[in-house]
Structures are given as structure tokens and as C-alpha cells.
Design a protein around this ligand. Structure first.
Ligand SMILES: [Zn+2]
Length: 305
């Protein structure tokens, strides 16, 4: 090729600059529209292609194929094993730092302004309600929920989890939608909402958890995981505290659940309208048992995923 080209080049010089210029121009135009040299201008066509194609094929393949295949393989290598259930995977998943958002229920003052109970829903609810209060201890629910949440954060961090609280003080105004959005924005692996219960009947006691229904129009994608999260936490928490297990309740009436895009549970730790549970819920010793149980439930949930 080279020899021939050199000969051709010499010939071209002999023929004259005018013709060469004209030929090159034609081939260039040809290449633009067709992508290949024209047969008609064999002379110049063989000059040009030796310049361009020899540059391109050597430059491109070394740059692109070496970059692309390596990034693709590494991306797939981390993706594929993560979804296949092999012993390796389980190890890998448990090693990955999980992010948990904890929402200490309520706040110092309720906000009666309304917000939709779900994306696109016409039904509305208060942005935040005042919550319950110890019938005997007179301690408000928002205090107990923050105390437990802070302890829970500390214990989960000890286990290697990354934890975010939706609030760290009482004087805030964060609606239920906004609390769910904290979890969504963080792309949390679990969203745990801490609450205490209250009813008129003082004999009612025990713990329960809440999650979306199987066919929730808002949370279908997270319904299964939310149920597992709710069940694991409730089972471990009642085991650790000795509280009655009132089961997992599925509901689509909670704004903070309906707006969540990540696995979510509401933990109703006990009834502040029952004397014994009211006293338990404000005691640091009992709170420590609750925290121990929730941590065990979280560990169980992630180990089964
Ligand atoms: Zn509450």
C-alpha cells in the first residue's frame, strides 16, 4: 500500500496541483455523504483513506473498547451477584452500609393545616397531630418518641447502620408528608416511625406495627418489604419487652406511609392510656428494651432480604 501510494503521489504531483486539489475535494465530499471513497477517483481515494482509516481504527479501538468493557464488567459484576441469591451475595449485602431514617412521631405543637393523605388523593389530614399523652404520667407522646428514637439511632450506629432522624428537638414543624420525603430523599433502606398509642379503654395494652395494604394504590411497590419490616420489628420488640403482640395492621390511611417510597413501618410501642404501659414507656430501662428489640428486628429484616 505505501509503495503504491508513494508512486501514486508522485504521479499526482506530475499531473499537476490543480487536478489533485480537485480530486481531494471530490473524495472529501464523497466521504461525507457515503462514508466510503469513490471508485471513480481511485487515485486520490487511495491517498485519503490511508490517512484517515489508519488513524481512526488504531485510535478508536484502543480508547473505546478498553474503556467500555472494563466499566461494563465492573458495573455488572457488582449488580449481578447482588440480585442472585448465593452465599457470597448474602455476605456482600450485609456488609453494605444500610441507611435508616427514624421518625420520632409528633412534635411540640400540632399543625392543623391540611395536607393530602396520599399523592393525588383528595382526602386530607392534619399536617401533624398532637399525639397522645400519658394518662397517669402526663408525659406527652412526642417526648417518649424522641427519647426512644435517639437511643435507637445510637444503637443502630453501633451496629454499622447510617441513621438519620427527621427531628432532633420538639419545637419543629415537619408534616407527615415532609417526614416521608426525608426518607425518600435519603433513599433509605428502611423508614421507621416511632409512636405510642392511646384509647379510651384503659385496659387495652400491647404493641403493634402498621404497614400499607398489599394492594395499596400508593405503596404497592413497598408493601411486601414494609410488611416484613413491620413483622420482624414487632416480633423482636415484644420478645425483648414482654409486651403483648397485637400484630401487624395493614392500612392505607396514614399520610406518612402513603407518601413513602421506601419500606416503611409505624411502631406503636404501647398504650399510654394503660397504667402499666404508660409507666413502662417513660422508663429508661423499658425504653432500652424497646430499642434492643427494634434493633434485633432490623437485623432480622435485613438478614432475610
Ligand atoms: Zn402517635
Amino acid at each position: 500500500m505505501k509503495k503504491r501510494n508513494q508512486t501514486l503521489a508522485v504521479m499526482m504531483v506530475a499531473i499537476g496541483g490543480v487536478l489533485v486539489l480537485a480530486s481531494c475535494q471530490d473524495v472529501k465530499n464523497d466521504k461525507k455523504s457515503e462514508g466510503t471513497g469513490s471508485k471513480h477517483f481511485m487515485v486520490t481515494a487511495s491517498i485519503e483513506p490511508t490517512l484517515k482509516p489508519t488513524v481512526k481504527p488504531t485510535a478508536e479501538p484502543t480508547v473505546e473498547p478498553t474503556v467500555e468493557p472494563t466499566t461494563e464488567t465492573t458495573m455488572e459484576a457488582t449488580k449481578v451477584p447482588a440480585t442472585t441469591a448465593t452465599p457470597n451475595t448474602v455476605k456482600k449485602q450485609s456488609q453494605k452500609t444500610k441507611r435508616i431514617v427514624i421518625d420520632p412521631g409528633h412534635q411540640l405543637k400540632q399543625d392543623s393545616a391540611q395536607e393530602p393523605i396520599a399523592p393525588g388523593a383528595s382526602e386530607t389530614k392534619k399536617r401533624v397531630t398532637s399525639g397522645t399523652e400519658g394518662r397517669f404520667t402526663k408525659v406527652p407522646e412526642y417526648k417518649v418518641t424522641l427519647e426512644v428514637s435517639k437511643q435507637l439511632k445510637k444503637e443502630l450506629e453501633k451496629k454499622g447502620y447510617e441513621v438519620i432522624l427527621t427531628r432532633e428537638k420538639h419545637a419543629v414543624n415537619i408534616s407527615n408528608i415532609e417526614r416521608a420525603q426525608v426518607a425518600n430523599k435519603a433513599n433509605a433502606d428502611a423508614f421507621i416511625r416511632i409512636h405510642c398509642n392511646g384509647v379510651d379503654n384503659a385496659s387495652v395494652h400491647g404493641a403493634l406495627t402498621l404497614c400499607p395494604t398489599k394492594n395499596s394504590p400508593y405503596c404497592k411497590a413497598i408493601a411486601k418489604d414494609s410488611y416484613s419490616l413491620s413483622k420482624d420489628i414487632l416480633d423482636e420488640m415484644t420478645e425483648a419487652t414482654g409486651a403483648a403482640n397485637r400484630g401487624v395492621t395493614r392500612t392505607d390511611t396514614m399520610s406518612g406511609i402513603n407518601w413513602s417510597k421506601v419500606p416503611v413501618t409505624i411502631v406503636e410501642m404501647g398504650y399510654m392510656t394503660n397504667k402499666k404501659e404508660d409507666e413502662n414507656l417513660v422508663s429508661p430501662e423499658y425504653q432500652a428494651k424497646i430499642v434492643k428489640g427494634i434493633v434485633a428486628g432490623v437485623e432480622k429484616y435485613f438478614s432475610n432480604k
